[in-house]
Design a protein around this ligand. Structure first.
Ligand code: COI
Length: 354
């Protein structure tokens, strides 16, 4: 280990209070967290502390000017083994976000040492029930107490974890969004910055009051090209293969998205990353060749879409379709993440022996 991480253990573990059969998502936090401070020149004071509230000035820059970025990753339990899924990809993406938001780079060694030390300490928090995982939230935010728009000089990098069950428990009904946009050309859509999620909440709330679970974002210029949902990337299965919108600057490059694409290729299923219009989706639906819609994300994993609404009309894809490809890919992904199948892709890291 490169970094000398100071460890302050919790005096009272909360783990015995947790009903692991009923954990929900994002409400229960493990005993410890990892912290490090950027002092304007270097990362300092790498440390593990008991999970607790942070003490911040009301003038903390991130709260006002939005320099806040995060990642979502998961660890899985298979018996005594704990597997991490593609942590290096999350580290890389965090730094892509950091560069765009004028925040300091987190070295791989700091990210991995912090993660490994934290998970070694809280390994008993990694749940083993089917469909559960330890959700890991690395994040960085600006900590200058200063009023005025400029990049902060100081930052906090933190990792905390929560045992989680499924994010979504049933297939989703989604609404194609044609008025609001998630991101614009030249903007920050490709980053995982906090503001992207805050800005999505109002249109999502409107869609939910209309009876839908999520929005399906379209391109900001014409609102004709499918991009992603509020929490995931998007896939359409047709009679001849799978289509997913090609990545560009207004979209987040999902790590689960990339995993799904690579598994599809390995299974010799045709997968096209290309522009996908809403009108093509509707044509495929009317022709009877739109077999499945599904979405992918770290939190959501792989979830089916029941149907989509466009201009007041609902297209119930599940009514006539099936879940053949999504079931296959979900099973393959689950098996890889639990370290059950050969780790052909090199995605799974067994960092911690529980
Ligand atoms: C994730 O998938 O990890 C995210 O950050 C999205 C959010 C829905 C939790």
């Amino acid at each position: 280990m490169l970094h000398n991480i100071t460890i302050r253990n919790t005096e009272f573990s909360r783990i015995s209070e947790v009903d692991f059969n009923n954990i929900g998502f994002g409400k229960i936090f493990s005993d410890h967290m990892f912290l490090a401070d950027w002092d304007g020149h270097e990362w300092t004071r790498p440390r593990i502390e008991p999970y607790a509230n942070l003490s911040l000035s009301p003038a903390t820059s991130a709260i006002h000017y939005g320099q806040a970025i995060f990642e979502g990753m998961k660890a899985f339990r298979n018996g005594d083994d704990v597997f991490l899924f593609r942590p290096k990809d999350n580290w890389r993406r965090l730094n892509i976000s950091a560069e765009r938001m004028v925040m300091p780079e987190v070295p791989e060694s700091l990210f991995m040492d912090g993660l490994q030390t934290l998970l070694s300490l809280d390994k008993s928090w990694v749940p083993g029930n089917e469909g559960s995982a330890l959700y890991i939230r690395p994040f960085m935010f600006a900590t200058d107490d200063f009023i005025g728009v400029k990049p902060s000089e100081k930052y906090c990098f933190c990792i905390f974890t929560c045992p989680v069950g499924p994010y979504y428990s049933k297939p989703l009904r989604i609404k194609v969004e044609e008025k609001y946009s998630r991101a614009a050309q030249g903007g920050v859509g490709f980053t995982k910055c906090a503001g992207n999620y805050g800005a999505a909440m109002y249109p999502t709330k409107l869609a939910q009051t209309e009876g839908y679970d999520q929005v399906l974002w379209t391109d900001p210029s014409t609102h004709t090209l499918v991009e992603e949902t509020g929490t995931t990337n998007f896939f359409a299965v047709t009679g001849s293969g799978v289509i997913t919108p090609n990545l560009h600057e207004t979209m987040l490059a999902g790590i689960t998205r990339d995993s799904v694409i690579q598994i599809l290729k390995k299974e010799n299923i045709l997968v096209e990353e290309r522009p996908l219009t809403v009108s093509e989706l509707k044509t495929l639906y009317h022709e009877g060749t739109l077999k499945e819609l599904f979405i992918s994300g770290t939190a959501a994993t792989l979830i089916n879409i029941e149907g989509f609404a466009h201009q007041g009309k609902y297209f119930d894809v599940m009514k006539t379709g099936n879940t053949q490809i999504s079931d296959l890919i979900r099973a393959k992904l689950d098996s890889i993440r639990l370290g059950k199948t050969d780790n052909d892709f090199g995605w799974v890291k067994n960092l911690i022996k529980a």
